[in-house]
Design a protein around this ligand. Structure first.
Ligand code: COA
Length: 175
């Protein structure tokens, strides 16, 4: 289940980050060290303001037992008619389809509610094969490889940009 992120999720989110720090820190700069309570509280408060302002939509992922198992976000870039999706999943809950389900929901939300959006992108390092498996499964097309800054131990300096157009999404939904 995805719920919009709020400061109420603080302890669950911190637990999930702490339990996953080596894996998250390999790819995500925010997890190079354990964020403090105050830092994470600020992230969640900012996310709530951005959500209310219809600027950016960050969700906390919960499993059936209502435990926090990750996060997924939809970032809108209206100047380029594009939305971007990002995600992470608690290490002991990976491989269960959570990131794929969350991404599918955010793609539907982007095309369903963000009318100027013509395509959705997902970006990751060339070496992040688990992350690349998600857009591939959902019918995204590998659009291009780009140079990227090396910010974590897993980064290679090259990244992939996967793209799903509204037209392709419409075609896949209709059959
Ligand atoms: C990437 C990540 C979000 C995946 O979350 P998840 O809930 O395990 O994802 P799913 O279960 O929906 O799908 C994962 C897919 O990756 C595949 N996969 C996992 N490791 C892989 C690897 N080393 N090589 C190729 N595919 C791999 C799995 O087999 C699965 O595909 P399948 O369902 O066809 O078998 C999670 O591993 C994570 O949080 N990683 C650290 C943070 C991160 O990299 N975030 C993304 C930054 S761009």
């Amino acid at each position: 289940m995805l719920r919009r992120s709020t400061p109420e999720h603080l302890s669950g989110v911190l637990d999930a980050i702490e339990a996953s720090l080596p894996e998250l820190g390999r790819w995500l700069p925010f997890a190079l060290r354990m964020p403090t309570e105050a830092e994470e509280m600020q992230v969640l408060a900012d996310a709530q303001i951005a959500f209310d302002g219809d600027i950016d939509w960050m969700y906390t992922m919960f499993d059936q037992s209502a435990e926090v198992v990750g996060s997924a976000a939809l970032h809108c870039r209206p100047e380029s008619c594009c939305a971007e999706i990002g995600y992470w999943v608690r290490t002991d809950r990976t491989g269960r389809g959570y990131a794929t389900s969350a991404t599918r929901m955010l793609v539907d939300a982007a095309f369903g509610y963000l009318l100027p959006i013509n395509w959705v992108e997902i970006r990751m390092d060339n070496a992040n094969l688990a992350s690349a498996a998600i857009p591939r499964k959902l019918g995204f097309v590998l659009d291009r490889h780009v140079d990227r800054p090396v910010q974590t131990s897993g980064h290679t300096g090259r990244g992939m940009i996967w793209k799903l157009t509204r037209e392709r999404w419409d075609r896949r939904r209709s059959g």
